[in-house]
Design a protein around this ligand. Sequence first.
Ligand code: CTP
Ligand code: MG
Length: 183
Amino acid sequence: MVFEILMTLTKVIWLLLPAYTPNNFAVILGGLKPMDFGKNFFDGRRILGDGKTFSGFFGGILGGILTANVQRIMEITFGVRIFSSLPFNEFFYLALALAFGSMFGDSMGSFLKRRLGFERGSRLPLVDQITFLIFALAFASLTKAFWELFGTVEVILALIITPILHLGVNFIAYKMKLKNVPW
Ligand code: CTP
Ligand code: MG
């Protein structure tokens, strides 16, 4: 029983790595031109803010796709069949949907934060930790591969463990001085 739960948890984290890693790539590769070109919305606040840059957005997506491909190679090397059980094109669409959805959702989270009056880099529990996942899963659900690899249990577990993992990973990134704040 405990073994099954641990296996399912590991599988969910493995499936979501292409959605988790884009933000880390964005932190490293971001910082150039802001995606809202420095412009304000109707409410006089920034549309997205200086924390959402083109280099971060596209670097994040490429990073997520790279992660998925490394995972697939690792699976083939060690004889595990999750991503590698799929034809390459199906796998690739899933990886793209998870990575794109993750960065798109991250931007939607910032859009929402600005509308609520939260400054760039401020902390907004749940929006910071779950918006990216909801969009990643939504885009992923448009692919055939999603329905082959994700079941109801996986999706529910994803929604529960992601905020916890997200806080943990960001805390490590903060300790490694990759991020200025621990969230
Ligand atoms: N980043 C980026 N482009 C993106 C996403 C992230 O350049 N599309 C970089 C930015 O340097 C950003 C850092 O990654 O500051 C951390 O990302 P995140 O926490 O999402 O941004 P915040 O700065 O906290 O801004 P916000 O309040 O809008 O979430
Ligand atoms: Mg932040």
